[in-house]
Design a protein around this ligand. Structure first.
Ligand code: ACO
Ligand code: LMR
Length: 264
C-alpha cells in the first residue's frame, strides 16, 4: 500500500493548495464577497473560527485605538531613532516592536492571567493587590506615565462603553474596575491602562460569547494571544513614524549631552 512520508510541519490555520487560499476553511472569495473585515481575518487565523460581529468589531476597535500614541512612547521613539540612522522599514519597525513588553504594551496577557486568576478564586481587590505587592509584582494593566484619576485614558473609556453596550457579560472588566478603585486609593496614576482594559475585556469576550470552551479559554490565556493585538496595532503607527522621518529627511539622531546625568 501507500506509505505516507512523515511531515516536518503541521499547520491548521490556512491552506493555499486549492483553487483559492482558505483561512480556517473559509475561502478568500467568501472573505471578500461577504465583506469580512480585519477582525474576521484575525478571528479565523488566530482563533480558528468565525466570531460574531460584536466580537470582531471589538477586535477592530482594539487595533484602531492602539495603532499609535504619539512619538514619545518607547516604541515610536526607537523606530524614529532607527529610521534616522538610515535603516530600512523592517529594521525601524522591529526596533520599535522590540520595546513591547511587561511595561509597555505587552502587559495584556499578564493582565488577563492575573485578573482571571484573582476573579476565579474570589479574591477581593484588596487581597489581590496586596498579595501582588507582597510578591513584589506590579499589577499588570494598572498604572500609566501620563494618565491619572483626573486625566483618564480615552481608549479605556471607549472600550468599556462598547463592551457595556454589546457584551453579554462584563464581569472581568467590572472586577478590574474594582481593582482600579482600590489602586487609585493608593496613588493617582494607578488607573486601569489600555492593556488592562483589553486584557479584562477579552476575558469577557472569550467567556461570554459562548464560542470557546473553558479549556480553550485557559489555553488562550496560558499561551498568551492578547499581546498580539498590541503588536499588530502598534505596527501601524511604527510604520507611520518610519515614513514620517524619511519624508522629513531627518538626520542621524544624537541625544543631547545636557539631557544625560554623567556621574560616577
Ligand atoms: N501595580 C502596583 N504598583 C504600581 C504599579 C502597578 N501596576 N505601577 C506603579 N506602581 C507603583 C510603583 O511600585 C511605584 O511605587 P514604588 O516607587 O514605591 O515602588 C509607584 O507606583 C510609582 O511607580 P513609577 O515607576 O513611577 O510608575 P511609572 O509611571 O514609571 O510606571 C508603568 C508606569 C510602567 C506603566 C507602571 O505603572 C507599570 O509597570 N504598570 C504595570 C505594567 C503595565 O500595565 N504596562 C502597560 C502600560 S499601558 C501601555 O503601555 C500601552
Ligand atoms: C501607549 O499606548 O503607547 C501608551 O499608553 C504608553 C504611554 O506612555 O503613553
Amino acid at each position: 500500500g501507500k506509505v505516507r512520508a512523515p511531515t516536518h510541519i503541521i499547520s491548521t490555520i490556512s491552506d493555499d493548495r486549492g483553487e483559492e487560499p482558505c483561512y480556517a476553511g473559509v475561502p478568500m472569495s467568501t472573505i471578500i464577497e461577504q465583506g469580512f473585515g480585519v477582525g474576521d481575518v484575525i478571528s479565523l487565523l488566530w482563533f480558528k473560527r468565525s466570531l460574531p460581529r460584536y466580537c470582531t468589531q471589538f477586535i477592530e476597535m482594539c487595533i484602531m485605538l492602539c495603532a499609535d500614541h504619539g512619538p514619545c512612547v518607547s516604541g515610536a521613539h526607537n523606530s524614529i531613532v532607527t529610521a534616522r540612522a538610515g535603516k530600512d522599514l523592517v529594521s525601524s519597525l522591529v526596533s520599535g516592536l522590540l520595546t513591547i513588553g511587561p511595561r509597555f504594551g505587552g502587559a495584556i496577557d499578564d493582565a488577563a492571567r492575573y485578573f482571571k486568576d484573582a476573579y476565579d478564586r474570589g479574591l477581593t481587590p484588596y487581597e489581590f493587590v496586596e498579595g501582588m505587592k507582597k510578591k513584589g509584582i506590579r499589577v499588570p494593566g494598572i498604572g500609566h506615565r501620563i494618565k491619572s484619576r483626573d486625566n483618564r485614558d480615552k481608549r479605556v473609556q471607549l472600550l468599556q462603553k462598547y463592551a457595556h453596550t454589546h457584551f453579554p457579560s462584563v464581569k472581568y472588566m467590572e472586577y478590574a474596575v474594582q481593582v482600579e478603585t482600590y489602586t487609585l486609593s493608593k496613588a493617582n496614576n494607578l488607573v486601569m491602562n489600555v492593556d488592562g482594559a483589553i486584557g479584562s475585556l477579552f476575558l469577557d469576550l472569550l467567556s461570554g460569547s459562548g464560542m470557546f470552551s473553558k479549556q480553550e479559554i485557559d489555553e488562550i490565556v496560558e499561551i498568551g494571544y492578547l499581546n498580539g493585538l498590541f503588536v499588530l496595532a502598534r505596527s501601524i503607527g511604527l510604520i507611520g513614524h518610519t515614513f514620517d522621518q524619511k519624508r522629513l529627511k531627518q538626520p542621524l539622531y544624537r541625544h543631547p549631552w545636557e539631557d544625560v546625568l554623567y556621574t560616577k
